[in-house]
Design a protein around this ligand. Structure first.
Ligand code: IMP
Length: 432
């Protein structure tokens, strides 16, 4: 999708996460100079299957697998330094050279051990079904102006006082939860001091570096994590993550102005999944729920949790197209539907006889909707080897055409398997 008019491109999930953003970023990173993660943290699990080896990236941008591409973790990410170094070591062991091309924003907030403890011990986190990676508590501290940033590691005396404030607050919360566990200031400071030299060695003013790269005409890919319906403002609140996953968050979280963004690619699965609790209007009943989970290997990349599955929800995807300003769509996992006799698309939500096509903000309203479906004949043949839209079975084309017209965004990519090469690219200019 990069061309002379599109130099800065955002890739966002347009459902509830796990849409296959890692694969799209990997494919597009080949044409990029920089890949920047702009929100979330180690709650993400971006899978890149090279055929010979498979990587699951949590915090490091999926572009790292392309030598020469610079990768940055933006200020909008909450960074778990211990997980970061484990990830780096894993990459280095498999021969991926990260030296001199991986940066972390000095303004990024840190996920500390007590954030993970709070996430694990809180009943609210359990109700939401969080990943337990300390994401919510770290963002809470950031907004409460109690957070610890990467740049604070430069000032040891100040660092200890910041940690003390964070630990005091965490311990008060843990006591309130009735937990016997407590965080420890000295231990937390010691962990941070041990990590500081390595982290500071890659700390950068990422916003400035990206701004300068844009000035030279570089191609910049901004990699979103989770999905639009998990956005703290636009998602199914409170069953959301604690960041702005939508494209608006890309400018804030990478530290660049919104006018620097040229296009936004929304990634959708050819059906819908969700992990964790909260509404999923098109959710399958048994036995289809299990059948689809097995067909699509729908288990969390990081947590291993089984994902809930349902038919493609065009109300959701059209909403995502609007709030992200999508320039195009990438439809993934089309091949998972290859064996089905018939396939549904939800085109509206029925409530009391009326059909609504706009996604409601009110979860109580959402609980009572009855999805209205259009049905499509299955194509009953493998699409895994297809590399051109014209070579797809007619039924698959009809299905994709209907998605495109309902979502009101042109399809730019169709993924037909996990491997890097299993992708169809629709060539031509990106509409403005
Ligand atoms: P948290 O981000 O760990 O606080 O979890 C909040 C909600 O977002 C839960 O429902 C999680 O299952 C969901 N979530 C967080 N990260 C991901 C992801 O990368 N993929 C899918 N769901 C996610």
């Amino acid at each position: 999708m990069f061309d002379t008019n599109t130099r800065t491109l955002v890739v966002v999930g347009a459902q509830w996460g796990d849409e296959g953003k890692g694969k799209l970023v990997d494919v597009l990173a080949e044409r990029a100079d920089w890949v920047v993660r702009y929100q979330g943290g180690a709650n993400a699990g971006h899978t890149v299957d090279l055929g010979t080896s498979c990587f699951i990236l949590q915090q490091i941008p999926s572009g790292i697998l392309h030598p020469g591409v610079r990768c940055a973790i933006g200020n909008g990410v909450v960074l778990d330094p211990e997980t970061l170094f484990t990830e780096i070591e894993r990459l280095v062991k498999t021969g991926v050279d990260v030296e001199g091309r991986l940066y972390v924003s000095e303004r990024a907030h840190l996920v500390l051990p007590y954030h993970k403890l709070l996430d694990a011990e809180s009943s609210a986190s359990r109700q939401i079904g969080t990943t337990g990676r300390g994401i919510g508590p770290a963002y809470e501290d950031k907004v409460a102006r109690r957070g610890v940033r990467v740049l604070d590691l430069r000032h040891p005396a100040h660092l200890a006082s910041l940690v003390e404030r964070g630990v005091d607050h965490a311990n008060a919360r843990l006591a309130h939860f009735g937990s016997a566990k407590r965080a420890d200031v000295a231990q937390t400071v010691a962990t941070l001091e041990a990590l500081a030299p390595r982290l500071l060695a890659i700390a950068e003013d990422v916003g400035l570096a990206v701004h300068r790269a844009i000035g030279t005409g570089a191609a910049i890919l901004l990699e979103g994590a989770q999905g639009s319906l998990l956005d703290v403002d636009h998602g199914t609140y409170p069953f959301v993550t604690s960041s702005n996953t939508t494209s608006g968050g890309a400018a804030v979280g990478a530290g660049i102005g919104p006018t620097a963004i040229d296009a936004v690619l929304g990634v959708v699965k050819a059906y819908t999944t969700r992990v964790g609790n909260g509404p999923l209007p098109t959710e399958f009943n048994e036995p289809l729920a299990t059948e689809m989970r097995e067909l699509g290997h729908e288990y969390g990349a990081v947590t291993g949790r089984p994902r809930r599955c349902g038919w493609f929800d065009a109300v959701v995807a059209r909403y995502a197209a609007r709030i992200n300003g999508l320039s195009g769509l990438a439809v993934t996992k089309l091949d998972v539907l290859d064996t089905l006799d018939r396939i549904g698309i939800c085109t509206g939500y029925e409530v009391g006889g009326a059909v609504h096509t706009e996604f409601p903000g009110d979860l109580t309203a959402l609980e009572h909707v009855v999805p209205r479906y259009e049905w499509f004949d299955g194509w009953k043949q493998s699409t895994a080897g297809t590399r051109r839209m014209d070579d797809l079975p007619g039924e698959a084309r009809q299905y994709l055409d209907r998605i495109e017209s309902l979502v009101e965004a042109p399809i730019r990519f169709v993924s037909v398997g996990t491997r890097r090469d299993q992708i169809i690219e629709v060539t031509g200019a990106v509409p403005a």
